[in-house]
Design a protein around this ligand. Structure first.
Ligand SMILES: *Cc1c(COP(=O)(O)O)cnc(C)c1O
Length: 416
């Protein structure tokens, strides 16, 4: 990480691109002409191999081999197979990860399972301003009478003090995003996991903004559970299925509240009584989305080939360049850490929404997060240093000229 950052001093963006050992990877993605894509943290770009692979799965596996493909092309094994490929990206063993459902649904399954694994405790401890779905899913469990959601800004302190001085003894599970979706602030995974364990709680990490962007070591941290997103840095496509991690030591006792037939020990025995599959497969619920899994597998293979360590180092260098290039823009304030952080940056600006729209109109795609955050992602697999410098110059120009202040840039769309 430091090697690139240090060498960045005194080098032009073109020099940095020429020296970039990941420069070749851009050709592996379909990036439209004239677009600088700074939103790979929200929807990863399209790998070139995906269209052909999907066409083949559709025409040959679905079209010709029809239902026999569940066996012939191992469709039935796809959730575990792709999960096993994600495992090394997050510091897990192959049999501890499975692809299934959305992050939201996996949160529901794991939180409910965590509560069952900690009988007598009913608190889900999380932090304010977490990604909304994390809090909403916990609130859903609470509304069923299954849990109580408690929010604390200082998680280790909340665990240590506990309510009523009971040393956090009512906390069943701690739920946190490793990288914050707005600020890109990073939690110390090992330290917080240890604090959760010291209080007798389980630890569930949301890796949606981490996987494929930062090196991760769930096993080293002793994490119990995790979820992560398939359509961000893993480039699995819009609505790609998510993944769930459950440490092997918990698998035999884990009970999914969504006890669907694909998580059954013998789905094709068609028995009336539910019996969970051994191992991670019990986290499956219904029939896996094979086309989406095929697209996700391409993205995961590509990120694994490029290597998360190299990707993280380049992303850091890209975002450091951007911070330096926009430092003098009036009214723009960095809202991300200058130290350890994820792969995106947040900036505050009073006119953030209109500026974001004006940038998009010029082909620089970032996003806006209420109320005043401009968010730019530096997905390193397909971004050039020259792109980042050009985007910064465009941002400076739009702010300097007031080009953002047009009616069409103020109109809010459904998705920001
Ligand atoms: C993107 C994201 C999700 C996505 O949840 P889905 O249910 O898959 O839409 C969840 N959590 C975090 C932190 C995210 O960034």
């Amino acid at each position: 990480m430091s090697a690139i950052t240090a060498s960045a001093r005194g080098m032009t963006p073109a020099d940095l691109d020429a020296a970039d050992e990941l420069a070749f990877a851009r050709e592996r993605f379909a990036i439209p002409e004239g677009v600088i894509y700074l939103d790979g943290n929200s929807l990863g770009a399209l790998p070139r191999a995906t269209a052909a692979r999907l066409a083949a799965v559709i025409a040959s596996e679905w079209g010709e081999d029809l239902i026999t493909s569940w066996n012939r092309h191992d469709w039935i094994g796809a959730p575990a197979r792709v999960g096993a490929k994600i495992a090394p990206l997050i510091g897990a063993a192959a049999d501890e990860v499975i692809v299934a459902d959305s992050v939201s649904v996996n949160l529901f399954k794991l939180l409910a399972g965590a509560l069952q694994l900690r009988p007598g405790r009913r608190v889900i401890l999380s932090e304010p301003s977490s990604f909304p779905t994390d809090l909403y899913m916990a609130q859903g469990l609470a509304s069923m009478g299954a849990a109580e959601l408690r929010l604390a800004s200082d998680i280790p302190a909340a665990l240590a003090a506990g309510r009523d001085g009971r040393q956090g003894k009512d906390v069943a599970v701690v739920l946190l995003s490793h990288v914050h979706y707005k600020s890109a602030a990073v939690h110390d995974m090992a330290a917080i996991t240890a604090a959760a364990h010291a209080a007798g709680a389980l630890m569930l990490w949301d890796l949606s903004h981490s996987v494929g962007a930062l090196p991760l070591d769930l096993a080293g941290a002793g994490a119990d559970m995790a979820v992560g997103c398939g359509y961000k840095y893993l480039n699995g496509g819009p609505g790609a299925p998510a993944f769930a991690y459950l440490a092997r030591r918990h698998q035999a006792a884990f009970a999914s509240p969504l006890s669907g037939w694909m998580g059954h020990a013998a789905p094709f025995a068609f028995t009336d009584a539910y019996a969970p599959a051994p191992g991670i497969t019990r986290l499956l619920c219904g029939t896996p989305p094979i086309l989406s899994l095929a697209a996700l597998e391409i993205g995961v293979d590509l990120i694994a080939e490029l290597g998360v360590d190299r990707l993280a180092a380049k992303s850091r260098a890209l975002s450091d360049l951007f911070i330096a290039a926009v430092a003098d823009i009036p009214g723009l304030a960095l809202a991300s850490p200058t130290g350890v952080r994820g792969s995106h940056l947040a900036f505050r600006h009073p006119n953030a929404h209109a500026i974001c729209q004006a940038l998009i109109a010029r082909g620089v795609i970032g996003d806006f997060r209420d109320p005043d955050i401009l968010r730019f992602g530096f997905a390193p697999a397909y971004l050039r240093f020259a792109d980042v410098a050009a985007a910064a110059a465009m941002l400076a120009e739009i702010v300097a000229t007031g080009a953002w202040d047009r009616p069409e840039f103020h109109a809010r769309q459904a998705v920001t």
